[in-house]
Design a protein around this ligand. Structure first.
Ligand code: NAD
Length: 456
């Protein structure tokens, strides 16, 4: 079925309907109308999937998608127009033009943690850039996956855009096909599987992956505000956020007051018993619940540490000084567990951060501008914030993506359109002048070309 579906998309692409910018714009507008219509259903689906509060769904899913859609609709004509580029004198006389052309058949594989937004944002860009698309949402959020299928099939013909639901087997079959572009969001391990499958056909990829995101707090940080912003960014989505702070590196002199502050902020946000809070998500499934609770064994939980397997609840938890070889410090945590490690000397920060692969995000809390600048310049990471967490995601003028193991490529805003477009440069040469210098025989021309090239 998948090969036939892809074949139908190939045939449809050949009709060149998707190359028509007015058609693309109309498609995006129709999609927007449907998404606006379905907002309450989207909220309901995410609540069913992992108890995501309506507020968080609006803030981190539906509003992000609508903003990407609006930005795309507003700029599509401008971005898709061929661009005149300053010609090189060596080609004189010429007109140099950069075309944005759709790749063709694109595959988008999405994760479960922001199951709506991380599926729709790349899909919108694929459509805007004039591609056909197959979206494979995560099987771990079945209500959202089913709703995405329903929404997309309502707006698009399957030969243009379609949703294929399923798990690893379906994903594997999809990856066996020949695509013109693959956009994957998920774990590093699966990212490597995707990269390998893409390499077989030299298919370009974007890989939006994860990592162990450090959060550095120095002795000058504003402790109460730091605690508040970390609690928000870490426990949003119950810590199941690729850019959530993974672990804290805090100056020894302020650790005790930070613990006091973070305890207060967790209570302020989720009450004394977060299990009863409507604003706190659940872990997505038993497998992840077990993976996370294993991290709590033998650790000193300064805050939280409460679990309920039946409801897949893990309370917002802060762990004091775990060993670096403990379970919680091995891989990306991806849950509401926050280990805190203190330092006296900055070399410890460097030793720890560089013992992991390049992270997706890095956060620094300090009131010393220079100290922040030095740390930003020292470490390589996907993106980050000074004195906040997660919010760099919210600016569509900033590229969003990883580096090294945390990902390849980036998107959001115009970059999303560019990601799904091949940039095709064309030099249109004038015939009214044809300088003889470049043509063979080259006898006696070497010095002339050298001085000309120097001048150019
Ligand atoms: P995952 O890698 O397990 O799954 C992602 C997608 O890949 C799903 O659709 C799944 O069905 C598919 N898949 C799983 N195993 C596969 C296999 N063996 N072969 C082919 N396809 C397979 O990731 P997840 O658990 O859904 O999401 C969590 C991970 O994603 C975390 O590591 C997180 O950091 C990362 N993430 C990154 C970003 C980002 O923007 N960089 C955003 C969200 C999540």
């Amino acid at each position: 079925m998948i090969p036939e579906l892809l074949q139908s998309q190939k045939s449809y692409f050949k009709t060149e309907e998707t190359k028509n910018v007015a058609f693309r714009k109309k498609s995006l507008k129709q999609l927007k109308a449907e998404l606006v219509n379905q907002e309450s259903k989207i909220i309901e689906a995410l609540a069913k999937d992992f108890n995501k509060p309506a507020f968080e769904t609006v803030l981190t899913e539906t509003s992000v998608v609508l903003s990407e859609l609006d930005h795309m609709i507003k700029n599509l004509e401008k971005w898709s127009k061929p661009k005149w580029v300053l010609p090189s004198l060596i080609n004189f006389p010429s007109t140099d033009i950069l075309y944005s052309e759709p790749y063709g058949q694109t595959l988008i594989i999405a994760p479960w943690n922001y199951p709506y937004q991380l599926a729709m944002a790349p899909l919108i860009a694929a459509i805007a850039a004039g591609n056909t698309a197959i979206l494979k949402p995560s099987e771990l959020t079945p209500h959202t996956s089913a709703l995405l299928k329903q929404i997309i099939s309502h707006v698009f013909k399957p030969e243009h855009v379609t949703v294929v639901e399923g798990g690893v087997d379906v994903s594997t079959t999809l990856l066996k096909q020949r695509w013109d572009y693959i956009f994957f969001t998920g774990s590093v391990n699966v990212g490597k599987i995707v990269a390998k499958a893409a390499a077989k056909n030299l298919t370009p990829v974007t890989l939006e992956l994860g990592g162990k995101n450090p959060c550095i707090i120095d002795q000058t940080a504003n402790i109460n505000l730091t605690a508040k912003r970390i609690v928000w960014g870490k426990f949003l989505n119950a810590g199941q956020t690729c850019i959530a702070p993974d672990y804290i590196l805090i100056h020894d002199s302020i650790k005790a007051s930070f613990y006091k502050a973070i305890k207060i902020e967790i209570e302020n946000a989720y009450s004394k018993n977060p299990e009863n809070s409507k604003d706190f998500c659940r872990i997505v499934n038993t497998k992840n619940f077990k993976r996370l609770t294993k991290m709590l064994e033998n650790e000193n939980c300064i805050v939280g540490g409460d679990i309920n397997e039946k409801s897949l609840y893990i309370s917002p938890t802060v762990i004091d000084e775990p060993n670096l070889d403990s379970e919680v410090m091995k891989d990306e945590i991806f849950g509401p567990i926050l280990p805190v490690i203190s330092f006296k000397d900055k070399t410890k920060i460097e030793t720890i951060i560089t013992s992991y692969n390049k992270p997706l995000s890095l956060y620094i809390f300090t009131t010393q501008t220079n100290a922040a600048k030095k740390l930003i310049e020292k470490f390589s990471f996907g993106g980050g914030c000074i004195n906040d967490t997660v919010v760099h995601f919210a600016n569509h003028r900033l590229p969003f993506g990883g580096v090294g193991n945390s990902g390849i490529g980036a998107y959001h805003g115009k970059l999303s359109f560019d990601t799904f477009s091949h940039k095709k440069p064309v030099v249109n040469k004038g015939n009214w002048l044809d300088l003889p210098l470049r043509y063979a025989p080259y006898n006696g021309k070497l010095n002339k070309i050298k001085s000309l090239l120097k001048w150019l």
